[in-house]
Design a binder for this molecule. Structure first.
Ligand code: SAM
Length: 481
């Protein structure tokens, strides 16, 4: 699930093994990016110590928490619709309390309490440790809000619960917040300034996951390449760090190496990279360690230098192509995926053509493409008119998607005929008799189950494909097994 926003998992409820002593039921539902899903695991862990078991049945809930996304207007509308569903349940369960967590909570703050009468509690992404107090407040009949953003909260000391996963792949957060200030993006306002998590707590979490049988982790952050640990605190304050702190600071390529060495049989992925922060060292580290997967999610957003500038992406398209060329040279088998926004304010047909040209240059393995959605409070929202008509945005988006589809097919076909290591994640959605897993490039592979099981690393001979799925036959366990 490298996707920044994975449509298939939106609204997934988290279920955790019940504790006998816990008497209340928590229904926790997540929307948005992988970081939100990882955060819900932290929240469930905090509330397991506060007397809550998780339930997947809304009608059994005593507390409903919805972890929200603000990245586009549509994401917020989805949540508002969902709140009306909770409201129906509240009619028959008057003691039911409803809390909104995450980016929408942070963006709207106590306005949410006025706008959505059903909401009892509003909790921003840095305030989850305060949940026990906030729940006491709502239990005593008062509304509760904590949307304070933190300089150092990374939840490094909380072991997230993972029990409703496939037991094979897990997310590990390494940074929170973002300092990039892309003009279209709400993240710096909802998730605060960027800070990195103590590498020792990252390693401890990964070692624990390995002991529990997990075989693949994805290091998570809005901008992982910007990771910088110098003893704690905001990245922007690094310049004030002591000479000792500066000399011993750990950047992303170093962290990646530490993780790869700590668990040499575990697959390592990371998401998301930002072109302006990705260094050659990261690519070299990927090339050096076999267990770091050959996939980079590298959002480009636009192929036009003028639009990149308006977006405050701090690179040109030529610099982006140079990075792509370096990746191709050092990691010839590496998959590259993208995020693109169509119809950013002032985008012309010429700018759009430049985006199509960028797609042709890279021929991405896959991508996530969106029509621009103006977000209140962002620089573009305040300073630029949303002037590309909706039908034009949609038409450009569909041209981008159609071209990307051709490239998906082109890249997927390149795997046919090869023998590739696949980590089995579960049963194929299409057939009970087939396993589903991924190769190093993150392409889905399906093959007959035979005697293999979930969590096995298997060498699979690829003999066929659709545009996004490879089909094969297992030859044997891989040496990693
Ligand atoms: N940090 C990454 C970066 O910008 O390189 C991506 C993180 S963002 C949470 C995920 C994607 O959502 C972005 O890459 C962008 O394509 C899309 N996105 C963000 N703001 C948007 C907006 N206002 N309208 C449409 N798409 C947007």
């Amino acid at each position: 699930m490298e996707k920044t926003i994975d449509e298939k998992v939106q609204g997934t409820t988290l279920a955790v093994a019940a504790r006998k002593e816990n008497k209340r039921n928590l229904f926790i539902e997540s929307y948005g990016c992988a970081m939100n899903f990882a955060d819900s695991e932290i929240v469930a862990s905090i509330l397991a110590n506060e007397g809550f078991n998780t339930t997947q049945v809304l009608e059994d809930a005593d507390l409903v928490l919805v972890n929200t996304c603000s990245i586009r207007d549509k994401a917020e509308q989805t949540i508002r619709k969902r709140l009306t569903e909770y409201n129906k349940v509240k009619k028959s369960r008057p003691h039911l309390k409803v809390g909104v967590l995450g980016c929408m909570a942070e963006r709207l703050k106590d306005k949410l309490l006025d706008e959505e009468k059903i909401v009892d509690m509003v909790v921003g992404p840095d305030a989850y440790k305060d949940l026990p107090n906030l729940i006491k407040e709502v239990d005593s009949g008062r509304d509760a809000v904590n949307v304070i953003l933190s300089k150092d909260e990374t939840y490094g000391d909380i072991a997230p619960v993972r029990l409703n996963t496939n037991g094979v792949t897990a997310f590990v957060s390494i940074t929170r917040g973002c300092d990039n200030m892309c003009t279209f993006c709400v993240v710096p306002f909802t998730r605060g300034r960027e800070r990195s998590r103590d590498p020792q707590s990252v390693l401890a979490e990964i070692n624990e996951l390995w002991k529990k049988g997990f075989k693949e982790i994805t290091l998570l952050g809005q901008n992982v390449d910007s990771y910088l640990w110098y003893g704690g605190g905001l990245k922007k304050n690094f310049e004030n760090a002591s000479p000792m702190q500066k000399a011993t600071a750990i950047n992303f390529s170093k962290l990646l190496e530490m993780v790869a060495l700590a668990q040499p049989k575990m697959r390592i992925r990371f998401s998301t990279s930002n072109p302006q922060d990705m260094t050659l060292d990261v690519i070299k580290t990927m090339a050096k360690y076999k267990n770091i997967c050959n996939h980079i999610h590298l959002p480009v957003q636009s192929g036009s230098n003028r639009i990149l500038k308006e977006m405050n992406r701090l690179h040109t398209i030529e610099e982006y192509f140079e990075l792509i060329d370096n990746i191709r040279e050092l990691l010839p088998d590496c998959a590259i995926s993208q995020d693109i926004i169509s119809g950013f304010p002032t985008e012309t047909e010429e700018d759009h053509a430049a985006t199509l040209k960028a797609l042709e240059y890279v021929k991405y393995d896959f991508g996530y493409m969106y029509a621009y959605s103006e977000r209140p409070g962002t620089l573009a929202g305040r300073k630029m008119e949303d002037d590309v008509p909706e039908p034009t945005k949609k038409r450009r988006l569909s041209e981008i998607i159609a071209l990307q589809r051709e490239h998906c097919q082109f890249r997927t076909e390149k795997h046919v005929g090869k023998i590739q290591e696949v980590l089995i994640e579960g049963t194929s959605k299409k057939s009970e008799n087939e396993w589903m897993g991924r190769n190093s490039q993150s392409t889905v592979v399906v093959f007959p189950k035979e005697h293999y099981k979930i969590g096995d690393f298997v060498n699979v001979k690829i003999h066929d494909c659709t545009s996004a799925t490879l089909k094969g036959t297992a030859l044997d366990y891989s040496e990693n097994n």
